[in-house]
Design a protein around this ligand. Sequence first.
Ligand code: NAD
Ligand code: GLY
Length: 351
Amino acid sequence: METVRVSASREYDVIIGTGILDTAGERIKAIKKPCRVCVVSDDTVFALYGERLRKSLENSGFSVCEFVFPHGEESKSLENFGKIQEFCAENSITRTDLIVALGGGVTGDLAGFAAASYLRGVDFVGIPTTVLSMVDSSVGGKTAVNLKAGKNLCGAFYQPILVLADCDTLGTLPHETFCEGCAEIIKYGMILDGEFLEFLQDNSISDNIEKVVKRCVEIKRDVVNRDEFENGDRKLLNFGHTIGHAVEKCSNLKISHGNAVAIGMVIAARGAYKTGLISEDFTKILLPVLKANDLPTECEFSADELYRAALSDKKRSLDTISLIVPEKFGLCKIVKVSVEELETFIELGLK
Ligand code: NAD
Ligand code: GLY
């Protein structure tokens, strides 16, 4: 069992290990007296783990109500956000109560934003059950839902009071979903930790999952401690995301976030090299490690389609957009390109 402490606007522990789910009630009780809990989960995860979480919470004196929604990115919507608000009110959740997210990044982002807004903020605990949510979305307090115009355009920074990452739950993940989380893991190596990137080049992620989750959480913790509200360094965590979000949007959310980030990192690395922003072709490092983890490295969309989709990105200011590009092995930098330059960047990045 490993504990990583985050010191952002709120301090909290991220507990990583096995056998944690059945002890969730005791662990939450250690930091919050028994109260009413609204568990938010998607239908797939709830069927697998909902009962065990309820038992653990009730055994520790919490009283539980459950909001279950259909799995998938389409559910990260204003509509479900509104439904959770109404559900909490109908179930008498008060300011001293708790919302718990049991599931992947979709559940965490949706439930976290609901917790940030309901009664202007109620405590929130994350129980991530995908690789992606353990290494990335459950840590650092970004919560959001998607708008028609693009991904994560409506949300809030809102830190949890505790994160419980039980690696046993990863045992039921489909292979493809496991791999999607590996894209964010590879991202950490590329942007901030050459030694970790080297480890990923030589070792299997699944054989070392606890160690890998811990290292990713530490990297993210360090970034969030320095720049919680993304005024500087935190932007590095968006490597592959500006174009990745465009890929997701062009696919009508059919291409998952992790797969889109994998494709986005390749386009960013190639585009930066071919436009002369950097002197080294980092796709030589990225492509083998992505392929070894069964991740896609290309998509069928045209530069024009991706360009139009990327214009709604949050990293855009009036006529420039911030892109993250590799600088050295295990190090990335932030560059600003004009909106006009972006289309050429994507065009060259595609091939
Ligand atoms: P997800 O939550 O949709 O989970 C993927 C699929 O796996 C779903 O169908 C889910 O039902 C299933 N699943 C989850 N846990 C399971 C388990 N243990 N066993 C079997 N099936 C399981 O998606 P995700 O990949 O976890 O997260 C992607 C989302 O996270 C995107 O919306 C993305 O924008 C967001 N994200 C947010 C941040 C952040 O900082 N807040 C960071 C990265 C990504
Ligand atoms: N996933 C990017 C961030 O948390 O900033």
